[in-house]
Write a protein that binds this ligand. Structure first.
Ligand code: F6R
Length: 366
């Protein structure tokens, strides 16, 4: 049931506020500044003992892991490694009894992720499945299971599961910080206050849809589009590029903004659009200089930034503003216009949005 939407993807993009609300529900106690481990799904693993974290995942789930890494490391100072599941076990990664290996998968059936987490478990790691589908094979093979409760995701391209996964990993980071006494309960309460704001901020951001539909006219004929960002926004850029490729078959590349001048800037000319993600965060000034570098070479710029940022607007050809919020919340909001952009560009091109060519919802072959 598409609930009145033309495609499952559009419906699922619009379901993100509820998805995140479900992920955090019952797991955070604001009054005492505490994460409820049992409700989160941790019962067998002792988080006090963890000295390293390994996240294994594929595709969009991998980007969720890469993005959340910034926050988990910030909260806990525990080193986090994020591995593409298809690569992980072939390099025989170092895992010990003090490693927490997390299998991050919407479906819970992705074979590469399953193999990677099996390897980690066989080598002594504590294993946690963060999945959306109940009763999955991946969860069956892990010590503990934490469901994200995003609700069924039918569109092949993952959208609402991504926001739910990032929320879940932030809760995991707070839980580790709590158990290892790296953050005070006051500090945890502050982060909880941030997290509960996500659904209503997502709701506001989703009103951008018709504006982005209108913008998509400028992009559907593009041959190639570059996506750049810094920090967590680097992975929002990667995700934006992945979605554009898979839905509209337009070539796209995601890049860390600071890496532009080490090669890809050679691509820039007046025919190339760059989608530059630059909300007001601690990387802002640096990202702005990278945007100036593109501009100086005649490249066209679609900026995704903070609402009312006249400075960014003045150096861009097109501007999309998301609501002002803390750095923890920004990636949730900046993802929305990129998912909508890939959706509307694909609709304009007439490709099969819910079932792109050559793809399957869950990939059960290596
Ligand atoms: C991209 C997409 C895929 C999946 C990947 C992992 O839009 O949906 O890249 O994210 O195949 O799937 P799960 O999370 O089910 O393991």
């Amino acid at each position: 049931d598409k609930n009145g939407y033309d495609h499952y993807m559009l419906k699922e993009i619009h379901e993100q506020p509820q998805a995140v609300a479900q992920t955090i529900k019952g797991r955070l106690d604001r009054d005492i500044g505490k994460i409820n481990l049992e409700n989160y799904g941790i019962s067998k693993i002792n988080l006090k003992e963890i000295e390293r974290i390994q996240i294994v995942a594929c595709g969009t789930s991998y980007y969720a892991g890469c993005l959340a890494r910034y926050f988990i490391e910030q909260f806990t100072r525990i080193p986090v490694e994020v591995d593409l599941a298809s690569e992980s076990r072939y390099r025989t990664p170092t895992v010990t009894a003090k490693t927490l290996s997390v299998a991050l998968s919407q479906s819970g059936e992705t074979i590469d992720t399953l193999q990677a987490i099996k390897f980690a478990k066989e080598n002594g790691a504590k294993t946690l499945a963060i999945v959306n589908m109940p009763g999955s094979t991946i969860a069956h093979n892990c010590h503990d299971e934490s469901l994200i409760y995003a609700g069924p995701e039918v569109g092949v391209a993952s959208t609402k599961a991504l926001s739910a996964q990032i929320s879940s990993l932030i809760i995991l980071g707070l839980a580790l910080a709590q158990e290892q006494k790296k953050l005070s309960s006051e500090k945890i309460a502050e982060y909880i206050d941030e997290l509960v704001k996500i659904p209503s901020l997502l709701e506001k951001t989703l009103t951008l849809s018709s504006y982005i539909e209108h913008l998509s006219k400028k992009f559907y004929n593009a041959l190639s589009i570059l996506f750049i960002g810094r920090g967590p926004q680097w992975y929002v850029a990667m995700e934006g590029a992945l979605k554009l490729k898979e839905l509209s078959y337009i070539h796209a590349e995601g890049y860390a903004a600071g890496e532009l001048k080490h090669g890809p800037i050679a691509l820039i000319d007046e025919n190339i659009w760059s989608v530059c993600i630059a909300p007001k965060d601690s990387y802002y000034e640096k990202t702005i200089s990278n945007i100036e570098e593109i501009r100086a070479r005649g490249g066209k710029i679609l900026a995704v930034g903070t609402e009312g940022d006249e400075n960014l607007k003045s150096i861009s050809d097109e501007f999309i503003g998301v609501p002002e919020c803390s750095e923890l919340i920004q990636p949730f909001l900046t993802t929305v216009p990129l998912h909508l952009l890939s959706y509307w560009v694909a609709v304009k091109k007439g490709t099969d949005v819910d079932q792109p060519r050559n793809l399957a919802k869950s990939v059960t072959v290596e």
